[in-house]
Ligand binder design. Sequence first.
Ligand code: GLU
Length: 471
Amino acid sequence: MVGMEEISLWQQVCRQFDRAAAHTKHAPGILAQIRACNHVYRIAFPLRRDDGSVQVIHGWRAEHSHHKLPTKGGIRYSMVVSEDEVMGLAALMTYKCAIVDVPFGGAKGGIKISVKDYSTGELERITRRYTTELMHKQFIGPGIDVPAPDYGTGAREMAWIADTYQAISTDKLEALACVTGKPVGQGGIRGRKEATGRGVYLGIREAVNVVEDMTPLGLSAGLGGKRVVVQGLGNVGYHAAKFLQEGGAVIVGLAEYEGAIASDAGLDLEAVMAHRAATGSLLGFPGARDLPDRRAALELDCDVLVPAALENVITAENAPRIRAKIIAEAANGPVTSDADNMLLDRGVLVLPDIYLNAGGVTVSYFEWLKNLSHVRFGRMDKRRDQHIFGELVGALQRLTGMRLRHDEVVDITRGPDEEDLVNSGLEDTMVMAYQEIRTIAKRDKVDLRTASLISAIDKIARTYSELGIFP
Ligand code: GLU
């Protein structure tokens, strides 16, 4: 069984694709084109280290599908980056974008480094050089391929990418749209940082609100009181945990590199973060149990397990010991395909990555639109909405004779700002997509991952046929 597990992420994604493709009626040639990874660029370049020595840095950018342009996907810095991993992650981006109707093809980049081994200056030199390499081969541009943050990267790296691109590109007008996830002052958008975690929360909320789906799991509907374990407290894991806790869930376990902690009574996320910042570790948090093996957190008794770090953490080896009733894939590819089959056989509800973590790319799409339109969402209509709401409240008060307090009037009549609009667009996207994949899952009697892929394959095939590329 363990031997079966030793397949790459790319092969795993292909397996998932084939399982879903069998439920569609598209011609084999169309399916083969949708599955293929179109472009892979492998890069090696020298880095002058701070101590004067020279080191070769290895990186990749894979563009999986060009059925829509630009292609889109993050850049990760990690020691497990490989060509096959980047290809698999690029494919997941293609399907993810299609599922949430974001009009992009999928891409992914990676540099094989461990961030903690490099100074800020070295990371800046690596990021800027990687960007120029992408530019030379036309692997970046507002209408070509638009990177974003991923594991090990964030707004700072995106600012370096945008600055390098802007400095070199002759296209000054649209240059900022060459990358998303930038700091707000550098053309970023409010709400992007939280977007993936917020999307994870919204997806879980939608799933647990369906009584019919919760009953077979022995769970009541609603997020309130659901016992949640989150593995990985990076940007995605932290924000998912934060929104889940605010939504009424109880965090009963948290895991990071150094180990994990658990408490049946619930962990206060902000207090845990403060403890970790002060001591350098989750372990030793007052009132919690220490689990020195971080992987033990995955096996805690809970309702919802949220793997939010890297791929392949739930395998055929540990799947039989997983006690969660719902697995919410905040990371990309955290469950291997063998483990996935075992969990499905046991009736575990798996919310697949290609749906659940699509909130990041959804808000990246909003950022790209903002950059191209050169105007902040809400700038034109916020005041107007405020006036209209004010008139309505005034008219209602006159008609009914009721008087609202001043603070209530201010609250009701406030016109939406950029963050309100971003969050509203994100919520609508996650809610609509969940309804869509759930409907397909019921119709075809398949799991949610297969249903999500059927939805993606159908949409991409439609694009090709509308282009007249395939009959
Ligand atoms: N890296 C994120 C993902 O895996 C976001 C990609 C993007 O915003 O383009 O979905």
